[in-house]
Ligand binder design. Sequence first.
Ligand code: PMP
Length: 404
Amino acid sequence: MAFNAEAIRAEFPILARQVNGKPLIYLDSAASAQKPRAVIDAMVHAMEHSYSNVHRGLHTLANETTEAYEKARQSAADFIHADLAEIVFTKGGTEAINLVASGIGASLKAGDEILLTEMEHHANIVPWHFLRERQGVVLKFIPVLDDGQLDMAAIPDLLSAKTRVVALTHMSNVLGTVNPVAEIIAMAHDAGALVLLDGCQAVVHQPIDVKALDVDFYVFSGHKLYGPTGIGILYGKAERLAALRPYQGGGEMIASVALDEISYADPPHRFEAGTPPILEAIGLGAAIDWFVKLDRAAIADHEHKLYARVREGLAGANWLKVIGEAPGKGAILSFTIDGAHAHDVAQILDRYGVAVRAGTHCAEPLMRRFGVTSSARASFALYNTEGEADAFVDALNRTQAFFA
Ligand code: PMP
């Protein structure tokens, strides 16, 4: 079925605006996606009609808000084929990974190993470094090959009886590489290790079934999934959440508190201390409900076609270096231009109304792996059009001419 990007665009009010006198061409969705009217309306509706704290009151608004909050949890659970109690609301992908690292850290000792990859976002490196710094846990990294794929052949030697966790991204935010996670999960489980997948990019571009994957933890954020900031999801297998040390303490996460002892609420509430991001959860629920009604295979096809169109348009550009072109990769183009700093490239593109990311993309080890200090990144989403792809190619040619 054909997917109509033009029709979808009309649902995103921000896409009608101009930047520097030019129509906005938003190619920075991998950093954060724009929000459709359905999400904006759901959050405004909650604030205007039915807002209160959750779980606390016995009054009508408290009950309505709690219902909306838990309905959003159900939407997130259905979205990745999880059970309701396996879905923890966090403030983002970063907090979800910190929660797991901190919780698992309680059971790790010096010499235990965590296996990551060279292509991780800092959100999936730094929380594990905390365990290295504080507890002597050893970090190991699966290397990345020149084309942006993981070096699968290296994994058997990196896994051992000491490996306690394998944590990796499902899809790279820099290279667009989609990792063979089913294979890696099987290898990790054979070695007795738990697996955490960082799905912040992947959930936007492919259906996820955590049960079929048999993954222990799966993490994603709301703001890249056309939802609001300030909200993320941690999926954990029920038995894994039950074994995890609580991350933060406070109201709502306890069963009872006395002066000399406490007992915890059951998961997922055990991991949601304090007043949660209520409006943000409702917004994420609305984003998911909106998103699942779309033809996702057609969207993926559309995004891949945009990427291919841009690559074709830039085929003769000998001044362009693309970082990572693994087979089956997602629609993320990371590149450098000879003689130009990525920040300058992004600033000049902005003059043409084109929004791209530039910098290290919170992936310094990966930048180092490819021998660059930064790159520019154009990421394509469901609302981008072929016309925009062509305008981007044109703007990039003009940008290069500026530096030549
Ligand atoms: N992992 C990946 C792969 C990401 O792209 C990002 C966001 N840039 C994160 C983690 C962090 O997620 P959040 O912004 O929700 O904290």
